[in-house]
Design a protein around this ligand. Structure first.
Ligand code: LLP
Length: 413
């Protein structure tokens, strides 16, 4: 990309050499380009500019407060999925009226925190949750602005762990419960029903799934309006795809826009979008050091690196493909498994892949690690969650320190 490219044979982020960053901050290290984030956000806004809408970055993709702030500085709002993510968004200085909260299992504490913070809306996923929101709002003496997430019962073609709009999945309110839901809304005094919401999955290439699910949402909109509700917002979620493999380029965002804008425009509502991956994925890479190389008697070559599934779990969890390239440009290649130090066979980044012939002590960059990378890191095997740096026009700042051994036990009272 424009933000990560070789400069004098060394992979650089906005001109800053990644081997120098690795030497300074040690590895595994996440490197985020602030300008890449901002550019993706602007590309999204540009694509949907003819539509009355606002965009809430889904912070689960990368919830570092500096990442949130970089986007909110551009006017972007936030989609949060828990009290913890709400706390992060507020700490990043996001206007509560630009924050929306999702989540299939919000606790009363989450609901209370959201209402007390004055966020724009809560998106409910069950009738029971609606009753809890009503009860908490009554106790606090406030009116809760609420959207309901509809399960549109369409099955997106993506990894089964990241498809969410099918009736087999736990998400959203089922079409069979709509009449009961409308009656419930009529009976509640502390809830303002103002939005219909969906999110059909992640990394979805086919615009037709959005189109089909949106049509279902519009049927519900008609039904709600017929019952006398004035629904001013439609939230059509995130899920817009990015390119991980150059050979499998993502459907351009403009294509989604051209399918969706005509359908959404005629509703007369304001549209809310919740992109996460689209904004963050290609803004970041993970730099890891080659610890060892070894070859076994069947001729298999292993490149053992200092990052593992504890820092980037996507290959282990979803068999996801991430490009892996030498931080120093190499001429020669090898065919190898790139594996981490965690004692799990699933702890790999690539298997039987042709990669740059990096030597021990040299660095590899694992690309497209800006979304669902550092945020999914954990301490399994006593691993230290990684450091993160942000590069902004050649200036680098540490935006998260690596964990320390002491932190590993600090909560064990
Ligand atoms: N809105 C809701 C309600 C969501 O559940 C999600 C993602 C998003 C928005 C943002 O979706 P995106 O635009 O990023 O596709 N860890 C998985 C992805 C899980 C996505 C969960 N929900 C991965 O690494 O592929």
């Amino acid at each position: 990309s424009r933000f990560f490219s070789y400069k004098d044979t060394v992979l650089s982020c906005e001109g800053v050499a990644l081997d120098a960053l690795a030497a300074e901050y040690s590895t595994p290290l996440f490197v985020v380009s602030r300008n890449a984030l901002v550019e993706q956000y602007r590309a999204f806004e540009e694509a949907f500019s003819s539509l009355s809408h606002f965009t809430c970055y889904s912070v689960k993709a990368n919830f570092n407060i500096h990442v949130i702030k970089a986007l909110s500085d551009q006017g972007c709002g936030c989609d949060v999925n828990s009290g913890g993510e709400l706390f992060r968004a507020l700490k990043a200085g996001v206007d509560p009226q630009k924050i929306i909260m999702a989540g299939v299992g919000k606790s009363d504490q989450d609901i209370e925190y959201a209402l007390q913070s004055g966020i724009f809306m809560l998106k409910a996923e069950s009738l029971s949750e609606l009753r809890h929101i009503e009860a908490v709002a009554r106790r606090l003496g406030v009116t809760a602005s609420v959207g309901v997430r509809i399960n549109p019962n369409v099955t997106a073609e993506t990894h089964p762990y990241i498809t969410t709009g099918d009736s087999k999945e736990k998400f959203g309110i089922d079409e069979g419960s709509l009449d009961e839901m409308f009656d419930l809304f009529k009976s509640m005094k502390h809830v303002n029903f103002m939005c219909l919401d969906m999110h059909i999955g992640s990394q979805i290439f086919d615009t037709e799934f959005y189109h089909a699910a949106t049509e279902k949402l519009l049927d519900v909109l008609d039904a709600a309006r017929a019952k006398g509700f004035s629904i001013d917002y439609l939230d059509i979620g995130g899920g817009f795809p990015v390119t991980y493999e150059p050979q499998k380029p993502a459907t351009p965002i403009e294509q989604f826009a051209s399918v969706l804008i005509p359908v959404l425009k005629k509703t007369g509502t304001t549209i809310i979008f919740e992109p996460g991956r689209f904004i963050a994925a290609n803004s970041g890479v993970m730099v890891t050091k080659v610890l060892y190389r070894k070859r076994n008697h069947i001729g298999k070559e292993f490149v053992i690196v200092d990052a593992g599934m504890t820092e980037l779990i996507r290959p282990a969890l979803y068999q996801s493909y991430h490009e892996i390239i030498g931080v120093k440009q190499q001429e020669a290649t090898i065919v190898a498994d790139v594996v981490g130090p965690v004692c799990e066979s699933g702890d790999f980044f690539a298997r039987g892949r042709t990669i740059d012939a990096v030597g021990e002590g040299e660095y590899l960059a694992i690309l497209s690690a800006g979304a669902y990378g550092a945020v999914m890191s954990n301490n399994y095997n006593g691993r230290l969650r990684p450091a993160e740096v942000m590069v902004d026009n050649g200036r680098t700042s540490l935006i998260r320190k690596r964990d320390t051994f002491e932190q590993l036990i600090e909560n064990e009272v």
